[in-house]
Ligand binder design. Structure first.
Ligand code: HEC
Ligand code: HEC
Ligand code: HEC
Ligand code: HEC
Ligand code: HEC
Length: 229
């Protein structure tokens, strides 16, 4: 009797595992249609036309079979976390491999500080892809130009060199003016304008976001590496 029940339970367990296995396999093939994967989502962003897919898309560790096994172990409680399938999400590390710049005035890691928690919720400034989503054939994908409002409400200059002071621009909510005189990363070597009327108009900044010419000149402190090496 005991052995019969045990055998049935064993068989049940095996059927259960097979079920999970099939379920997971179907899930993977629907969530990540493997054959279709190589058709990129859309045109590469400005400057990225020649990059290898693998420069940003790293494979999850292990073979497909190992990934299924790891997730089966998770399903029966023998592994803490789900194992990633197929490709890993693209993170800052991939971008930084080619775009690391020691004097970025807005480095992503800074925005992990607690005082930026509200800005993190609204803007996600701690991730490159929040403003540079890929496969959109553009340079900057964040549509907004006045997003400085999230962090610069209290910016005051001791000796303000511009004709309408920063204090006045800020109290007048002129947030669209900021990028007319400042680039975001501070990577362009340029003379900063002092007359608010002579700033770059917002349409030209939008055109630059979309892949057009730079209103901040073309001399950069740091150039991108071609291969991340
Ligand atoms: C500069 C980095 C970069 C390069 C190079 C790149 N991608 Fe992507 N790709 C991304 C980002 C960012 C996403 C958004 C999803 C994410 O964060 O994983 C994405 C998403 C995708 C997706 C949608 C699936 C998903 O995980 O959301 C496919 C398919 C894709 N890329 C294919 C390709 C192919 C094919 C190539 C080579 C021709 C390529 N990519 C090159 C950054 C890149
Ligand atoms: C393998 C190296 C490599 C990786 C990885 C990479 N890039 Fe690039 N990126 C480049 C190169 C090369 C250019 C073209 C630079 C040029 O035109 O001088 C470029 C251009 C750009 C530009 C436009 C620069 C300009 O002046 O027009 C942006 C924005 C950008 N990358 C953001 C990103 C982001 C965000 C990621 C991560 C999702 C990323 N890159 C990943 C190499 C890379
Ligand atoms: C909050 C939005 C935001 C985030 C986050 C962000 N960028 Fe940008 N990025 C911009 C804007 C706006 C511009 C255009 C103004 C300029 O050129 O600085 C830009 C321009 C660039 C350029 C072209 C000009 C240059 O500096 O060479 C590159 C390359 C770039 N970003 C890479 C990155 C990388 C890599 C990350 C993550 C480490 C990142 N960005 C994070 C908004 C952002
Ligand atoms: C997520 C928060 C955040 C956002 C969004 C943001 N900044 Fe900043 N910015 C900072 C911080 C932090 C500093 C460093 C100075 C400080 O500690 O107050 C800074 C510094 C600067 C500086 C001075 C850099 C230097 O070298 O002294 C300029 C100029 C600047 N930001 C312009 C802008 C503009 C223009 C925008 C909008 C396009 C913007 N910032 C958006 C947080 C932010
Ligand atoms: C007419 C051009 C112009 C406009 C518009 C402008 N700025 Fe400035 N900004 C300057 C100049 C010039 C400086 C002087 C510092 C320098 O030369 O780097 C400066 C300095 C700064 C600094 C650095 C302060 C420091 O302690 O060094 C920050 C931060 C800043 N601006 C943020 C902003 C923000 C946010 C806006 C939008 C509300 C804005 N700026 C609009 C021209 C401008």
């Amino acid at each position: 009797m005991r052995t019969k029940a045990g055998g049935a339970r064993k068989w049940q367990n095996r059927a259960y595992l097979t079920g999970i296995c099939f379920g997971l396999a179907i899930l993977t093939f629907t969530v990540f249609p493997v054959g279709e994967w190589f058709h990129a989502k859309g045109p590469m962003n400005t400057g990225h036309g020649k990059l290898a897919c693998a420069a940003c898309h790293k494979n999850a560790p292990g073979s497909f079979r190992q990934q299924i096994q790891a997730n089966l172990r998770h399903a029966v409680g023998r592994r803490k976390a789900l194992a990633p399938f197929g490709r890993l999400p693209v993170g800052n590390a991939e971008c930084m491999a080619c775009h690391e710049r020691p004097n970025d005035r807005h480095p992503v890691y800074r925005f992990l500080e607690p005082r930026f928690s509200q800005a993190r919720e609204k803007l996600r400034p701690h991730q490159c892809v929040s403003c540079h989503a890929e496969h959109q054939g553009r340079r900057v994908t964040l549509a907004e130009t006045g997003y400085c409002v999230n962090c610069h409400k209290d910016t005051r200059l001791k000796k303000d060199p511009i004709d309408v002071s920063h204090a006045d621009l800020i109290s007048g909510k002129q947030w669209d003016s900021c990028l007319g005189c400042h680039d975001f990363h501070g990577n362009h070597i340029m003379q900063i304008e002092k007359s608010v009327d002579k700033r770059t108009p917002t349409e030209k900044i939008r055109a630059y976001f979309d892949g057009g010419p730079s209103p901040y000149g073309t001399t950069l402190r740091y150039k991108a590496k071609q291969d991340g090496q």
